[in-house]
Write a protein that binds this ligand. Sequence first.
Ligand code: XCC
Ligand code: SF4
Length: 631
Amino acid sequence: MAEPLNITTIEQMEADTARLKETACQVCAETWEDRVKAQTPHCKFGEDGVCCKNCSMGPCRITPKAPRGICGADAHAIAARNYVRTVAAGTSAHSDHAREILHVLHSASRDGNYQIRDELKLIRLAEEWGVPTEGRDIYDIGHEVAELGLEEFGKAFGEMRFPSRATEERQKLWRSEDIWPRAIDREVVTTMHMTHMGNSADAEALIRQGLRTSISNGWGGSMLGTEITDILFGTPTVWTTEGNLGVLEADMVNLVVHGHDPAFSEMLVTACEDRELVEYARSKGAKGINVVGLCCTANEIAMRHGVRMAGNFLQQENVVLTGAVEMMCVDVQCIFPALASLTQCFHTKFVTSSPIARIPGSQYVEFKPETALEQAKMLAREAIDNYENRDASKMYIPPTKQTATVGYPTEQIIKHLDNVTNSHVEVTGSYRPVIDAVKAGVLRGAVAIVGCNNPRVRPDFSHFEIMKELIENDILIVATGCAAQMATKAGLLNKDAKNMCGDGLRRVCELVDIPPILHMGACVDISRMMLLATGIARDWGVDTTQIPVVGCAPEWMSEKAVSIANYVVSTGIDVYLGIEPQVKGSSQMMELITDGTRKITGAGFIINTDPHQLVKNIIDGIEAKRAALGI
Ligand code: XCC
Ligand code: SF4
């Protein structure tokens, strides 16, 4: 047996939360735990997806006595319409984030606030899109690429570009099934139109539109978000960092960034490195400025700067409850409006920055690329000024933290594989070594574990159990979003975690010098996973649906997650869900999301709310894929 490992258990994390809950009581603040109680039991109609309020004749709710809404829509139509609207909302969120980043690229200049950091990646994308590069200024190329990227949202004719990065088989299938997206905004609008009162009532037609909309996200908005972010801020590299509440420092100015769009957080990181500001913090009695991240913004800056991560989604209130945060700066998505009243119980300043996420009770500083650095410095100064307002009687920082190795985009994975095989030049730049390990059975397969945490289940528990069991069974994990941060908090991104693995995976970790769970980034970076799966399938000579690779969202909660799950299924990859989608009131919808999509894309959802059962389902699924490949 391997030596005992330094792992933070769920019980330890819960003990920290319980201790911080005492502070909440002391300052008379409520937290999500209280609101969960107040909201329980949840509305059954909403849970089952059979409440419609798409017109003012309703709301209509489906019961055995009233099987149709006033217009005659049945449970299947209503559940399907609600569901694909969720896909459209999730697609909007990721894609609008990408649009913002494209505008930042469009305004980037040599002497401006934002520069182009990865010129090679820009050139490669320009060539892919037929943008001339010879003898041109890199900023001219960047601006033209940004314009073309922005056209992906609303072009009047034609279709989207990135889906042609998929395997030949996928592309053919997306065409024959007529789900190749035309433009991002167009698919979202079509979905909203189809679900307007008096339009589609056919659940299957709606599901198909949901798939097409989701592809415009995964092979569109999200992929643009990832590519352009890499071009602007650099393609991530491997960093050793730390995660969990213990990254907050008692004797430093703590500035927390939270959200998703790295344009804001990158600038805050830069501002806080400013020597003058660091000196200013010292003059106020602090040892320096400590920038830490929450949610996906944390993933973005951890992978590019090694910035430490304070935690994932359900940890956002805990961070404030330490009483040690001078300022929390947020951009978009996954921000609890509750932070406004909670921060008011402390000295913490709560700064919102985007017209997309306006929260009453926050200090609103609209963030603009032209004035970004100036604004970031102004905020950092304000955070420093706030240091002296701390109230020691309300302060407690749990010391819990773990070391983590993060930053494995596909480029880094390939690089690590090349290091292993650098004696055989012919395999450089390919996934052959992984494929060989999978074929030999040293690795059984891979699982992408993604998504949020969710109080519908014991938070982080499902992630932990599933990750542990998979690596014990020689299944490699790639992770993004709050799932990746759960792994960080637990210590599973530490290279020593190889000692928890089965013999095969442990050998691979040693040989390639990686942890058994590869941190691939934020939620938009699930597009990286699609390209990883595509690269593996190509080098294998099969389609993405055939390789022993699956997706898993054990504790998902957001609309983005529903859009993601749909584009992963569209890519032919099964998705294992630990939380039920809200369609249970329609037998037809349950059939469509689990088996119906299988007939269209070759993949579907497997749903199980018991994490131990779910992990068995995953292993069975991977073994079935192996058997079908004859390995
Ligand atoms: Fe949000 Fe991306 Fe979910 Fe975390 S994982 S709670 S969406 S921060 Ni995407
Ligand atoms: Fe009711 Fe139909 Fe209106 Fe929905 S669209 S609220 S089911 S009448």
